[in-house]
Design a protein around this ligand. Sequence first.
Ligand SMILES: *Cc1c(COP(=O)(O)O)cnc(C)c1O
Length: 355
Amino acid sequence: MNLRTPGPTPIPNDIMETMMNPMIDHRGPEFASMLPRITDNLKTLFLTDNEVLVLTASGSGGLEAAIVNLLSPGEKVLAVSIGSFGDRFGRIAEVYGAEVIWLRKEWGLPVLADEVGSYIDQNPEITSVLITHNETSTGVTNPLQEIAKEVKNRNKLLIVDAVSSLGALPCPVDDWDLDVVVTGSQKGWMVPPGLTMISMSERAWRANATAKMPVAYFDLARASEAAKRGQTPWTPALPLFYALNKALELMIDEGLESIHARHQRVADKVRTEVMAAGLSLFPKDELYCSNTVTAVNALDNMDIAEFRSEIRSAGVIFAGGQGKLSGSIFRIGHLGYIPDSEIDEALQVLRKFFK
Ligand SMILES: *Cc1c(COP(=O)(O)O)cnc(C)c1O
């Protein structure tokens, strides 16, 4: 099957094979030598000197970890949402008792830097901003660099969901001064679902020291202590760590610029083919179209479920729409391992369907 969903994404064979390796003692020397290699390589790919931690959880677990380690109940937080993942992030903060102020945009649009800036000015008591870099549900990438400038000019903590961007789209953590950045193994990293990686700035650690939300499994201070001994607080998902270790080596060999260029080129090709098939893009402004996932409008009278099942019988899997978009869009994932042969095959099946 040609899996073209925006996560999980296909895994190259040499990464798959590492997961067959025998189990090791996660308190022993092999793990203790592997973990620092993983975190060093992650720092290289996050473009940061900040500490990066790896937790056994899906991306949402990483988002929850960011919330509970940084915030306190009753704290005022700005949640910027342009789709269903933005809603999820703010919702987690609400569940743990933060007082969430929402900046919601119509789905299909990005949020612009001056909107975020003026929202903060209207609500100066907020301490932190939650934002999605790449909104996987709508196929829109927010202009994070400009947004980060507005947030930092106002001296607020910036917490970023980069689950479907980091490793595939430019997101230089130190250059853009991002305090907390969360990503997930099954998106741009060519690793199965189950690991989340989080970077923490000095400022984020200071917020962590006074944060009062309840935290146990996701305790980042504890993860940081354990990492100094080459360990994790709890049993790590070892096969996924083997896979991540290998994937990071491959990514470092390829180089970030070439990875980003590859995603740009494939995304351009997908968008061109989609439009050539007589379809239209869901994002309302082409400038902000995501280079990791393309969201496509259904044609009038088109049954998305039936379309997806026909495409599937030709060997290609596209994702449907999430939440209120189910039935009105479908999505093509192109992140992580995206060989031209697989993308071309998927586009050929798409073209045939609309001929
Ligand atoms: C996939 C994704 C998540 C996390 O999803 P999990 O299913 O928990 O891994 C969060 N945010 C975005 C933008 C995503 O694409």
